[in-house]
Design a protein around this ligand. Structure first.
Ligand SMILES: C[S@@+](CC[C@H](N)C(=O)[O-])C[C@H]1O[C@@H](n2cnc3c(N)ncnc32)[C@H](O)[C@@H]1O
Length: 308
């Protein structure tokens, strides 16, 4: 349980939240609790609600529950249920929320979770292991069109067609069960030069699809913006372009105060601008941080603030 990673852009993220004494904050992606620990040390009299859908992360963060019984509240749920779960604590408005997207190093490093193509484990890849489709079920039961779509849309994989076709013909004889079995199969289908990157893209695509990562991100960002108090901050760390595009699009949309077509003589929409974008360009980790923590390599931090 000790192999949670060093939190990415830790100081910048906590600074970005602009923590006020007595405020209400949310860490939507607790993981190893690194960002949460720093938030709890920073704010006087604050309340912090920490979400994670992964039972390992919830167990790991019991230590924060014990250390900060009055300040820290653990919520075992998907962040797409943000508003409902906060309402159960009588919280309708918050002063800041942090999303540190994707999976944790712990999830990658535990072979039985099935996220890694270099560790042998069951093809699982569910962050929330209480339900939903496993990676093996997806690979063994999906039709060609769905396989191709997932590899193309979520992995941006040019060989999506070829890989989907090969899966359909191979699985009739031997269903996919383990990560290394599937990784060996991919090695045979793709050219040697592109093996590592292609395997990374295909594993990423399956993970995004079965955990519905893009859908829940849209819902949660939109909901989070609705419940920010004026001056409250939304802070998002993303790790690939698909996530970052969603963050950018939602921030830009929520910052607009008119969505009428440009040729309309006057505005007749009811659009209200809710957000001020703080980072026109995303903040990136410095070279030293990337050297110390390879996971920081692809991180992008975007910050926005709720308007008065
Ligand atoms: C990158 S890690 C967060 C690391 C954390 N900031 C830290 O300091 O250790 C992402 C965590 O978010 C969780 N997660 C990802 N998507 C989620 C979702 N939709 N709902 C709840 N938790 C989610 C994962 O299970 C994982 O533990």
């Amino acid at each position: 349980m000790e192999n949670y990673h060093i939190p990415v852009l830790l100081e910048k993220c906590v600074e970005a939240l602009n923590i006020k004494d007595g405020g209400i904050y949310v860490d939507a992606t607790l993981g190893g609790g690194g960002h949460s620990s720093k938030i709890l040390q920073t704010g006087k009299g604050i309340k912090l609600f920490g979400f994670d859908q992964d039972p390992d992360a919830l167990l790991h963060n019991q230590v924060l529950v014990k250390k900060y019984p009055e300040k820290f509240f653990l919520i075992d749920d998907n962040f797409s249920n943000l508003r409902t779960r906060l309402a159960l604590h009588k919280i309708r408005k918050i002063d800041g929320i942090l999303f540190d997207l994707g999976i944790s190093s712990h999830q990658i490093d535990v072979d039985s979770r099935g996220f890694s193509f270099s560790l042998d484990g069951k093809l699982d890849m569910r962050m929330d292991q209480s339900g939903n489709l496993t990676a093996a079920e997806f690979l063994n039961n999906s039709d060609f069109k769905l396989l191709r779509k997932v590899f193309w849309e979520y992995g941006e994989e040019k060989q999506a067609n070829k890989i989907a076709n090969a899966i359909i013909s191979v699985r009739k004889e031997q269903p996919f069960e383990t990560t290394l079995q599937f990784a060996d199969f991919l090695d045979k289908v793709i050219s040697a030069k592109k093996r590592i990157k292609t395997k990374a893209r295909i594993f990423q695509a399956i993970r995004i699809y079965i955990n519905k990562e893009m859908e829940v991100l849209e819902t949660a960002l939109t909901d989070a913006i609705k419940i920010l108090n004026p001056g409250g901050r939304i802070v998002v760390l993303s790790y690939h372009s698909l996530e970052d595009r969603i963050v950018k699009r939602i921030f830009n949309y929520e910052a607009l105060d008119c969505i009428c077509p440009p040729n309309f003589p006057q505005c007749n929409c009811d659009k209200v601008s809710r957000l001020k974008i703080i980072t026109k360009k995303p903040i990136l980790p410095c070279e030293q941080e990337i050297k110390n923590n390879s996971r920081a390599r692809s991180a992008k931090l975007r910050i926005a603030e709720a308007k008065e």
